[in-house]
Design a protein around this ligand. Structure first.
Ligand code: BGC
Length: 408
């Protein structure tokens, strides 16, 4: 993997020279501008996510207690996870990629907590004890969605409230003490979907402050620039992302930094994301996609998705056609990663809402987790103790069947 990426980087570097040479041989004037590596265009994704997601309003899913142990799913293939190989030393004097592997692989989202307008507003407050429970269950990281836009000034300099920084510091500290990595993101910056340009400076200021504030954290604290860019942001997001990436890099040169595509980070649209040379050559950049396919199964009866009551009772049996719908999309993601120097991939959200029947949920969850691992994707389940949850906030018990689907 590392060699491939090194080769890609080397090719990018010498490509302008090669093109110049060819141009020089064919045209008397030669050439003077560098050329980007070409990307094979992918056909657009026509899966349910795209259309159904457009009806999503970002409201919390109702809470549910994690259910009591249920029978394990049967007939689900359980391929063993294959991790990406450790990087090899390069014989060239070029900078060697420090690590082609993310410092975490299996995690869970602390959803419905800090991405609510105020922690607790959606029924959940992060508990310190969760961290040891999560680690003890076999996870190695959490994703921490935070609605920073609710805590930053509306006008320049867009200062972030000290209190939220203290709260997030505490959550990160507790997670690290439990040996969990943290993917810290910007979540539910809703105005970005309707008027991204008007909010670009504010988002940049938020990231400038976060980069500075967390610059001394260990490498297991990663940044994710934006949760599920969508709407009006779609066409402008890639450029905006490049700017944010460069800005964080100026302060935090080694931090693992997560990038994504528009269209709600859907798997089928990741391949439409063209990476700049800078991002392509950056050794600590990884990509994320979210996975909720088929949407009519994972979001049946979800109050925040208009019309989802019509999907009630949708099952996931794991037949060949259903499996292929998932593996085809995962393969598209793998192919895109391979064409981009084997950039590491995190399936940063996937899950089925608790309105689905438990056996289908377990089957689907297990299938997605194993298929992701088979392709070397890290994953973070959506989410811990709410409507998609694996843990009862009152019972303080895991849904053992769902947990086993994630971590066999
Ligand atoms: C959103 C949640 C939603 C989940 C599943 C997440 O990205 O932040 O509000 O429940 O996706 O739809």
């Amino acid at each position: 993997m590392n060699k491939k990426r090194d080769r890609a980087r080397r090719l990018i570097r010498i490509l302008p020279a090669l093109l110049c040479l060819v141009g020089f041989m064919l045209l008397p004037a030669g050439c003077g501008t560098a050329s980007q590596p070409s990307q094979k265009p992918e056909s657009p994704d026509t899966n349910a996510m795209t259309t159904a997601s457009e009806t999503v309003t970002p409201t919390p899913e109702p809470e549910s207690e994690a259910s009591t142990p249920a029978p394990s799913p049967s007939g689900t293939p359980t391929p063993s996870p294959t991790a990406k190989p450790r990087p090899e030393m390069s014989a060239t004097p070029e900078p060697v990629r420090k690590d082609t592997r993310l410092p975490f692989s299996r995690g869970v989202n602390l959803g419905n907590c800090l991405e609510a307008p105020l922690e607790g507003a959606w029924g959940l407050v992060i508990q310190d004890e969760w961290m040891t429970a999560i680690q003890g269950a076999g996870f190695d990281h959490i994703r921490l969605p935070v609605k920073w836009s609710a805590y930053a000034q509306k006008e320049a300099p867009f200062a972030i409230d000290e209190k939220i920084l203290e709260r997030v510091d505490h959550v990160i500290e507790t997670a690290l003490a439990a040996d969990l990595g943290v993917v810290l993101n910007v979540h539910h910056y809703d105005e970005m979907a309707t008027d991204p340009e008007a909010h670009a400076d504010r988002l940049a200021a938020i990231w400038a402050q976060l980069a500075e504030h967390y610059k001394n954290q260990p490498e297991t604290v990663a940044f994710e620039l934006m949760n599920e860019p969508n709407g009006v942001a779609d066409p402008v997001w890639p450029k905006m992302q490049e700017t944010l990436h460069a800005q964080v890099r100026a302060t935090d040169p080694d931090r693992w930094l997560c990038i994504t595509n528009g269209s709600w980070s859907s798997a089928g649209r990741l391949s439409t994301l063209t990476l700049s040379e800078t991002i392509l050559a950056d050794e600590r950049t990884f990509a994320t996609f979210h996975f909720y396919e088929p949407f009519s199964f994972t979001h049946q009866n979800a109050s925040w998705v208009a019309g989802s009551d019509a999907w009630a009772g949708t099952k996931w049996n794991g037949n060949t056609m259903q499996q292929r719908q998932i593996t085809n999309l995962f393969d598209q993601v793998s192919g895109w990663s391979a064409r981009n120097g084997d950039i590491p991939v995190l399936m940063g959200e996937f899950g089925a809402y608790s309105a689905a029947d438990p056996i289908s949920r377990q089957r689907w969850t297990e299938f997605c987790a194993r298929e992701a691992e088979r392709r070397g994707f890290a994953w973070t389940y959506w989410e811990f103790a709410s409507g998609f949850g694996i843990y009862g906030k009152n019972s303080k018990q895991f849904d053992t069947a769902l947990l086993k689907a994630l971590i066999p």
